[in-house]
Design a protein around this ligand. Structure first.
Ligand SMILES: *Cc1c(COP(=O)(O)O)cnc(C)c1O
Length: 461
């Protein structure tokens, strides 16, 4: 059953409810909050009919629950297009390493889990914009790892132009090529003569220039877009159904930093998917682990680790979790976020017990390296450093029942740490080999708002 009346509300409580497609175009709510469905559908009555479905078929069923303003036929066509570039027919195949199972989320064009969400978001943007006769100029900043997935999501799409800033010379050569070798004319890679912080500052200042923002329909593809969460919910439901035994689902272990991936798992749990519990795995940036173990939320210093995509201290999707946890009380949520923003420690008052279906643990550098080596030695399977954080965490909970760990990147994206740990060159992927020597295209610009503004003005749709 579809839900024709599904609407989205803001965690901060001051934005009128809106249908799905408006929520997608809105991204961050005007009151500064994050958009969420008014209710989370209970799907327990339908799980039997979902068993054995392929990823796209299941996505149509799961997403249909959250989308009231699109027909099933339209959604199905959109999904077929979104996942056409994945190089495995299962989209998110499950590997069996004995007691531990691995679900590979890295079969999209940039070999990382963000493709699952961003390939869908790009197709969705194109469809909504075309239908409404609108255009969008996307502006982003990346320290190296996430820019390519955003670019791959919208390359060659109608009605969209994308500008991605990155700090010149401070990404790996491979990361830069994953962005600059994309041939489509709607993609602009801006190599900024400065740091990642400079790029972020420029981006912020252009987004704060409201006339400029409105004139060019400036948009973002950051992790707060609800459509990204929704695309990820699907693989949690699929993993749960695949490993459910006698009515009990697996524990699912998630290497996370921004809470973006695991929040989708929490939604799947709330829907009644067969998931026994979620294991939240972080690297040394353990703000989330400290929160789940103590109820206290406080920023620490940022550590640079072997898993850079999880080097984060402020987890944007965390606000959505908190809102649900606080029984959708926007006032309590705002008080919590304000005390966090003012630099204090934020704490849950009233001692509402945290959901005991989420357990959290952090994994240090030595354990990460040891896990890459041991996994290869014992099973022949190669994990990247992000996945290794997950596998190490999963091993700590294996005795409680079956565990599935999400693999978030192909090891070939991080050849330095993987090859060195295993002791031979094993981390390779044909798509990345093909990039070496490819034609690349970029524009070098000084770290000045004016220079970037002028470039965008000249090339905006
Ligand atoms: C982005 C990313 C993560 C972390 O995702 P969250 O949104 O923080 O959950 C983990 N691994 C890889 C490879 C990533 O690119």
């Amino acid at each position: 059953m579809r839900n024709k009346h599904m609407h989205y509300i803001s965690t901060r409580g001051e934005t009128p409810a809106m249908p799905f497609q408006d929520a997608v175009l809105t991204g961050l709510a005007p009151d500064g909050g994050l958009l969420l469905p008014e209710t989370i559908p209970d799907v327990r009555g339908e799980l039997d009919s979902w068993r054995g479905l392929g990823f796209v078929e299941l996505a149509e069923r799961v997403m249909g629950k959250f989308i009231g303003d699109m027909s099933a036929v339209e959604l199905r066509a959109l999904l077929e297009r979104s996942y056409a570039r994945f190089d495995d027919p299962a989209i998110v195949p499950i590997r069996d390493l004995g007691s531990l199972k691995i679900m590979e989320l890295f079969h999209g064009p940039t070999l990382a889990f963000k493709d699952v969400a961003l390939q869908f978001l790009g197709t969705l943007f194109e469809q909504i914009l075309t239908e409404r006769g609108l255009r969008m100029n996307i502006l982003g900043a990346t320290s190296g790892d996430t820019g390519s997935a955003a670019i791959a999501g919208v390359q060659g799409r109608d009605g969209i132009e994308i500008f991605v800033m990155y700090p010149e010379g401070r990404t790996s050569a491979l990361q830069e090529l994953q962005m600059t070798a994309v041939p489509d004319a709607n993609v602009h890679c801006l190599a900024i003569d400065g740091s990642f912080d400079d790029c972020q500052a420029i981006m912020k200042s252009l987004f704060n220039d409201l006339p400029f923002k409105a004139k060019h329909g400036l948009g973002a593809v950051n992790s707060v877009n609800w459509a990204r969460v929704l695309a990820q919910v699907v693989y949690y439901v699929q993993a749960g159904l695949a490993l459910e035994r006698n009515g009990v689902g697996p524990a699912i272990c998630v290497p996370t930093g921004n809470f973006g991936n695991i929040f989708a798992g929490y939604v799947a749990l709330k829907m009644g998917a067969p998931i026994d519990r979620l294991i939240l795995a972080t690297n040394d940036n353990d703000i989330l682990v400290r929160f789940f173990n103590t109820g206290r939320y406080q920023r620490g210093a940022v550590h640079f680790t072997l898993s850079p995509s999880m080097d984060i201290q402020v987890a944007s999707n965390f606000e959505r979790f908190l809102f649900l946890h606080l029984n959708r009380d926007s006032d309590a949520l705002r008080a919590f976020m304000e005390s966090f923003a003012s630099g204090e420690e934020a704490r849950l008052s009233g001692g509402a017990p945290l959901d005991d279906r989420i357990v959290a643990t952090s994994v240090d550098r030595d354990t990460t390296l040891r896990t890459i080596a041991e996994t290869y030695r014992d099973t022949g399977y190669i994990v990247d450093p992000h996945t290794a954080v997950g596998v190490a965490a999963a091993r700590r909970f294996e005795s409680d029942g079956p565990v599935l760990c999400l693999a978030t990147a192909h090891p070939a994206k991080f050849p330095e740490s993987v090859d060195q740990t295993i002791g031979k060159p094993v981390a390779r992927h044909p798509a990345l080999e093909a990039l070496k020597g490819a034609t690349s295209r970029k524009t070098s610009l000084p770290a000045e708002v004016g220079a970037v503004r002028e470039f965008v003005e000249r090339h905006a749709l």
